[in-house]
Design a protein around this ligand. Structure first.
Ligand code: ATP
Length: 440
């Protein structure tokens, strides 16, 4: 069944709350605008996305190492990076509906919401400022990092010394970033506090184009591995007017977010940042961050290819892509068709009747050490199946009255609704096989 975009977002936000994916932050106090809290299923989905990214980008590669840096960064970093000078979005206000919009999101001189007259553009600083220590004067001003990558640049020398990596190699990090965005909306798509997954790949300047193409390809493959449909993703090259001050080229991976004005919204940016950041930090810190080129024995400042994605946006794309409604035997079935690797609950153990709880619980205990499984006995079996379909659980295991005699259970697969019956003592190995290879 096709669902209109606005309707889909409403349904998804409601499902997220009902099942424990995402809650409005501070809801009991009326909610804090643009802040969202991840519930029991949301945190698992988020962790599964992070683990997938980390495994793909760091763990399985000899040429990428990881790090985890402080959120409150030395203030000089933001001078060197250009944030203190450039990190402002010119904004316009609508005189009629009082809406506020980023100038680069407005086409023409009329309000995109109501067609009203717009004010002149004004600048807004996007970094969150705070004070460090007991003193409240200007010297105590520090900033919450607006991106995670600068901590990678400033640790470059430490990491080279510690790991003895040779060019080309990458440094990756997952962590929180903060931007005092003026307009926040569309659920977790644009928030003021968000998480980034960033990787900076240091290479010879003459090889930067090659690595740029390589990483673009890798990043696209990762989104496809998460199960996002290929025709819901596209690449968009930044034209010269849109390029950030530090980049010589940039391509965005975009997804068909239903609320995006032209149907596409950014998931991740891949950029050739040249030697801009390294040279800026050398200038500002007075430290030599160059690298010995082993081929020529000359010192060079490496170029950097960056991949920079957001966890919130990936999670949202995964949820949107997975949500579907279908007719089954005259009833509407809501399914979150999450890839089995991302699903927060891999299997649910469901006794057909409350009377079977004790024996079914033993099956749950048998499986629990190996997979995140849930035991559910509340409500009719049909209702429990539906709840698991909505939660995105790939397999339901039903313990019925025959199970007492034949020591077998039925596995029901979420998408095909096919069922198989297998001996309880083979359940753990069958599930691990299903998790690895899928149902068919
Ligand atoms: P946009 O144009 O949408 O504001 P951006 O180009 O400023 O994004 P980058 O600075 O390239 O974003 O950040 C890299 C990634 O971090 C983005 O692709 C996105 O996934 C994520 N991100 C950036 N800003 C936010 C935000 N306010 N809320 C959630 N995720 C964000």
């Amino acid at each position: 069944m096709t669902i209109d975009g606005t309707e889909l977002m409403k349904k998804l936000i409601s499902l997220s709350k009902r099942l424990g994916y995402v809650f409005q932050s501070g809801e009991i106090y009326g909610g804090l605008q643009s802040s969202w809290d991840y519930g029991p299923l949301g945190v698992e989905l988020k962790k599964n996305i992070e683990t997938s990214w980390w495994d793909y980008t760091v763990k399985t590669r000899p040429d990428v190492v990881g790090m985890d840096s402080a959120i409150i960064t030395h203030p000089d970093v933001w001078m060197a990076s250009g944030h203190l000078k450039n990190f402002h979005d010119p904004m316009v206000d609508c005189r009629e509906c009082k809406g506020r919009f980023r100038l680069d999101h407005v086409k023409g001189d009329r309000c995109p919401e109501c067609g009203g007259e717009l004010t002149e553009p004004r600048d807004f600083g996007l970094m969150f400022k705070t004070k460090m220590g007991a003193l409240e004067d200007e010297s105590a001003t520090v900033y919450l990092r607006p991106e995670t990558c600068q901590s990678i640049f400033i640790n470059f020398k430490n990491i080279v010394t510690a790991t003895r990596q040779k060019l080309p190699f990458g440094i990756a990090q997952i962590g929180k970033a903060f931007r005092n965005e003026i307009t926040t909306r569309n659920f977790v798509f644009r928030t003021r506090e968000f998480e980034q997954m960033e990787m900076e790949y240091f290479c010879l300047p003459e090889e930067a184009d090659k690595w740029f193409k390589y990483w673009l390809d890798q990043r696209m493959k990762w989104y496809l591995e998460l199960g996002i449909k290929e025709d819901h993703l596209r690449l968009r090259t930044h034209d010269d007017s849109e390029l950030a001050h530090y980049a010589s080229s940039c391509v965005d991976i975009e997804y068909t977010f239903p609320f995006a004005p032209d149907g596409w919204g950014e998931l991740e940016g891949i950029a050739n940042r040249t030697d801009f950041d390294m040279k800026s930090h050398m200038r500002e810190s007075g430290q030599d961050l160059s690298f010995q080129n082993l081929l020529t024995n000359q010192k060079i400042v490496p170029y950097v290819v960056e991949t920079s994605g957001g966890i919130g946006r990936t999670l949202l794309a995964v949820l949107i892509d997975a949500y579907r409604e279908e007719e089954v035997e005259g009833r509407t079935r809501v399914v979150l068709g999450l890839h089995r690797n991302l699903a927060p609950i891999k299997a649910a153990i469901l006794p057909l009747s409350k009377k079977l709880s004790e024996q079914a619980y033993e099956v749950f205990e048998l499986i629990r050490p190996y997979f995140p499984v849930q035991f559910d006995v509340t409500g009719s079996i049909g209702k429990r199946y539906r709840r698991m379909d909505e939660a995105g659980t790939p397999f339901c295991i039903t313990f019925d009255f025959d199970s007492l005699e034949d020591k077998q259970v039925t596995i029901r697969e979420r998408d095909s609704l096919d069922q198989i019956r297998i001996p309880i003592d083979t359940l753990a190995s069958k599930l691990s096989d299903l998790m690895e290879h899928g149902w068919s």
